[in-house]
Design a protein around this ligand. Sequence first.
Ligand SMILES: Nc1nc2c(c(=O)[nH]1)N=C([C@H](O)[C@H](O)COP(=O)(O)OP(=O)(O)OP(=O)(O)O)CN2
Length: 168
Amino acid sequence: MNQATYRVDVTKEQFVFSAAHFITFAGDICERLHGHNYGVRASVEGPLDANRYVVDFIALRDAVLKQTQLLDHHVVLPSDHAEIKITSDEKETTATFGDRRWVFPNEDCVILPVTNTTAEEMARVIAERVREQTREQFGDAIHWIEVGVDENHGQWGVCRLPWSDTPA
Ligand SMILES: Nc1nc2c(c(=O)[nH]1)N=C([C@H](O)[C@H](O)COP(=O)(O)OP(=O)(O)OP(=O)(O)O)CN2
C-alpha cells in the first residue's frame, strides 16, 4: 500500500498585502486603527493527477495572488462583530465601537465576513475564496486547503478547510 502523501505549498514574495485594521480582545479592549504588511501562504494536499501534480503551482499561485490583491491598500472591517458596527451609505463606511467612530471612503474598505479581523479569520476567508475559485479546475480529489496569514514577520494565523463535505 502506498503511504506517500503529497502537498503543494506556495509561498511567494508577491503574497503580501498592506492593510489597516483593528481588533477587539479580552472582551472590551479595542485596538487603535493600525496597519500591517501581511504575508500569505497556501497549501493544498491531495493525490497526484495525470501530470503527477497535486495541483498546478501556477493556478494556485494566481488564485492566492488575486485574493491578496483584493485586500491590498484597504481598511479591513468585520461584518459580524457584536460590538464593532459597520454601516455604509453611498459615499462612506462608518465603523463604531461604543462612542468611538471611524469614517472611511467606501472604496478604501473591504468588509469581510468575520467576527474579528484576526490573522486566523482572514486566513479562513482567503482559504474559502481560493477553494471556491479553483474548485472546478482542481476537481474533487483534493483533501484540504490550508492558508496562513502572517501579521508581523512570523506571527501566523492558519486555517485548514476540507476540500469538500464528502472527502474522497
Ligand atoms: N492569534 C492572534 N493573536 C493576535 C492577533 C491575531 O490576529 N491573532 N492580532 C493581534 C493584533 O492585531 C496586534 O495588533 C498585532 O500586532 P503586532 O504589531 O504584532 O503587535 P504589537 O503592536 O505588540 O507589536 P509591535 O512589534 O510592537 O508593533 C494581537 N494578537
